[in-house]
Every structure is written in structure tokens, then in C-alpha cells.
Design a protein around this ligand. Sequence first.
Ligand code: PBG
Ligand code: MG
Length: 345
Amino acid sequence: MPSSSRPPAITSESMDEILGGRRMRRNRGSDWSRRLVRETVLTVHDLIWPIFVVEGTGIRQAVASMPGVERLSVDEAVKDAVKAESLGIPVLALFPYTDDALRDASGSEALNPQNLVCRACREIKKLGLNIGLMTDVALDPYTSHGHDGLLDGETILNDETVDQLCRQALTQVEAGSDIIGPSDMMDGRVAAIRGSLDNAGLRHTQIMAYTAKYASAFYGPFRDAIGTNATLIGDKRTYQMDCGNTDEAIREAELDISEGADMIMVKPGLPYLDIVWRLKESFRMPTYAYQVSGEFAMIEAANANGWIDGERAMLESLMAFKRAGADGILTYFAPRVAKLLTERT
Ligand SMILES: NCc1[nH]cc(CCC(=O)O)c1CC(=O)O
Ligand SMILES: [Mg+2]
């Protein structure tokens, strides 16, 4: 190369001039400095731990598509509740794997005060732990067709479903649930449930609305865990949101908040961080994100293949939720990350 085409050598002095002294890397130079300038923190108080409950005693049943996640019989779920408290996790979310024989077209088991979720709530509550219990209001773990609502031909009935959801919520609260989580995406269910609870004198039961819940491919492993993958007829696009929409999430949030939701949620999580951000910026409500089963499975699968460092990916993904404005995250990583966080401090 002729020397005339060679650019002048870059020196520290010439870089000083270019940068005017502004070097972003200065603050990144040491661990203590990175900790000092970190804007967002993840703590155990940000975690909601979803667990699966199954019939029997002494049972811990692996879920193949969710490595490390198990279906627990009620007695084992009680042990995990004790573990949650000792780790400082504020809330457990309970989901049932209902025996096939108990699933029917109307999801009547949802109203049984002795169903798995209700029994688990009662047993956990007996211990008087410093944790909250959240229960899912939707019919899918109980219906033979796997839908969240009542089915008439191919139509999910909105208003008839809401009537049943109100009774399901009451049944759960009577068993000890602290937070009702309507995950069904029927219109008007937050107002209806709030009204039913208030009528029954249950004015202090909180509602965390699954406000922006999208029809998503990322729920697959969860449907394995609660046994609805095999039975689900069609899809949930007539009630869950379309993945192309974001203004619609704002309208959903306006409705849920005006109907009395105490907290709102976005689901799935990582692919929908823009929605988390918009809702938090627009409403300043306690806002949560659900890092769903498929997101968990992706990280676990890549880790199992040696393609990513699973532990770092777990922490980075959870930090991303906080950075986007989430006040907390429902995550199957909850016990693992809580353990890591408590060991470090
Ligand atoms: N009411 C259903 C419900 N509640 C929570 C999840 C998914 C959670 C996950 O994937 O981890 C779903 C799945 C669905 O809508 O089919
Ligand atoms: Mg809605």
C-alpha cells in the first residue's frame, strides 16, 4: 500500500481530541464500578413462582418440556411453599393438572371447593407463611376441550363464561387465595369478579389481571404440564390477543384498570417487552410480566445443548423485564434465581 493512502495513526492524544474526554468505558472498568452505576436491580421481591399441582401424595413428577419443573402433590406443594418463604419469594401461583375423568365440557371441577388448587391453598394457608397465593381464573385445566371458556359449537361464550369465572374466583378465595389472576381474556370479567368478591365481603382480595395476553406459540410446555395440549380443540385466537397489536393492549389495560384491577400483566414476556414498557409508561400501575413456559424451555434447551450459559441467560432475561418497567415477573426460574440472589448478598 502506498504510504500516501494510509490514514494518520490513531494515538491516545488524537482519540482524546475526538472523544473530548468522554469515555463511556471508564465506568465499566471494574466490578465495583459496574455495580455502582447499574440502573436496574433484580431482587427476590420481584418474583412470582408458578407451580403445578397433581393428585396423590409424595409425588414430584417431571414435566418433560420444562426441565427442573415438576408437578407436585399437595403435600409436596406445601414443602415448596415453605421453601418459597425461606427464599423470600413473595407469591406462589398455583396451576392444577386435573385428572382426565374430572374434565368435562363445562369445566365443572373449577367450582369444586375440594379441587386440587383449593386443597393446596387450604393446606398452605394452615402454615401461616409470609407469602401470598395467586390462583388462575380460567376454565382450561378443567374442560374436556381445553378452552378457557364455555364452548357452543366453535364459539367461546363470553357472558356465560364470566358468570362461571365469578363463581370459580369465589371458590378459590374461600379456600385461601389472596390474588385472583383471571387468565381467560373474556370481556368484562374483571368488573364482574370484583363485584362478586365485594358482594361476598371479600373486598381485600387483590386482582392481577392478565391484561394483555396474546395467542401465543410459547404456551406449549405449560399445556403439557396441565395436560391440555392433547385435548385442545382449535386455538385461542378468538379471545387472546393478536401478536401484531399494541394499541389494543392499551385499550385492554384501560378497561381492566377501570374495572378494578389492582395489578396488570403482560404475557408472554420477552417477545412482548415493548408492551410491558408501553403499559408501565401509560398507566403507572403495578405491572407484571409472565416469562412463560416456552421462554423457559428455550433457555433450558439451549443450555442443555451447551449453546448458551443458562444461568447467565436466566439472569439477563429477568433483568430485561425489570429494565422494561416490570414490577415483577412470573417465572419458573423463581426458586433458582432466588437462591442465587440470596447467596450473593
Ligand atoms: N388459562 C390458561 C393459561 N394460564 C397460563 C398459561 C400459560 C403459561 C405458560 O405458558 O407458562 C395459560 C395457557 C393458555 O392460555 O393456553
Ligand atoms: Mg380484557
